[in-house]
Write a protein of this length. Sequence first.
Length: 453
Amino acid sequence: MRPPKNLPMGPKGYPYIGSLLHFASSKRLDWLQSIADTYGDVVTFKLLKKRAYFVNHPELVKQVLTRSSANYSKKTISFKIVKEVLGESTFTSVGSEWRRKRLLVQPYFHNSQIASLGSLMTHCVTEMLDQWEAECDAGKTIELSDAMMQVTLKVVVKALFSTALSDDDLQTFAAIFPPLLAATNRRAALPFQALYALPLGSNKKYRGYIDQLDQIIFKIIHQRRLSDQQPMDLLQMLMEATDEETGQPLTDDELRNEAMTMFIAGHETTANAMSWLWTVVSQQPVIRANIEREVDAVLGQRTPTAADFADLPYCLNAFKETMRLYPPVPMLPRHVESDHSLGDYHIKGGSDLFFSPFLLHRHPDFWQQPEVFDPQRFEKDAQRAQHSYAYIPFGGGPRVCLGNNFALMEAVFIIAMTTQRFRLQVNSDATIEPLISLTTRPKYGVPVTLHRR
């Protein structure tokens, strides 16, 4: 064991820029893995003149996210860029403002509340599968990444606004979100704020996307405040939430920020994971057969309800294993507020610290045959034996993702209902590889052919 407060080691990098070229490249995770292999669980390097650290051990990540979370804040450039879209929300805010928002919003994401949205989810999935019937008859290829994006966006929009969104507004959301997400991914991966403040056409277009969405969201909020109807959707739940100390509800701006956070965090991440799952299932007949066997036994041909969720453990475990290999967010940053001892290492205040769910989920000290897809890893006995922070697709600690239960139920319903009707086969000439940016998505999409069961 190293003595306490040992200074981490790491690559020297280049003069003036340090390790920026490696860190900013599309192969950054390969580079991070290589320096962890060389220097250990905590590695230090320079990004321009700034000190940075990479942590690659679940016990140390647990400390960052739990008992020392106040010293490892979200005051990073990447989060500032994301905040331009999301505003001050439960995802981006810090300190007392975050605690206030979290206490307000969290009760509405408990299992009992999410269960009430089950029929809404299955309705959206049914609409997608009905469209697929015609595509299947025509022998057309489906671009699965796009299809999963569309259905998960529809689910989160309906969950938030139920019937308040017009068809035109829904089409606007569907048209704006892909370029908005792509631009946000680029900005967060290369967070040079000065560049994005320039009067460039791309920057004006980016701001225009946000303004268009804001117009729709604020319109719906204003209409809801004037309406006597109170539909059971997330917007209504959030409007009824009040601060325990002051009794004040969320303002229109706060409602907008929470809604935007749910859109950004609540559909692309699930869509990407579903694209990866169907890719794996297409290539592994045993996994497909196990899913089909469970779905046939539990559901037959009936539509699932929230009560069926617990009876579809293999579908759930297959999705969890997909998120192990392809976590929604492959790398997460934190800002070190002050000097701190992290395990046996001394971490300097004012620096940035990074950890990677993508690499933790494949850490050979914590996962046997980490590159093998095996849903049995998530059976109860196996999970109890696993380090709780070796698997963090939704983060961890007090800032764990609020929407995790929503995402899991939605994913299980998509898996089960699609399996009832179709087998998806990835085209033999497809090039499937991950694009690692703010999220983990298939770089060239996932073209599939549908076959009826």
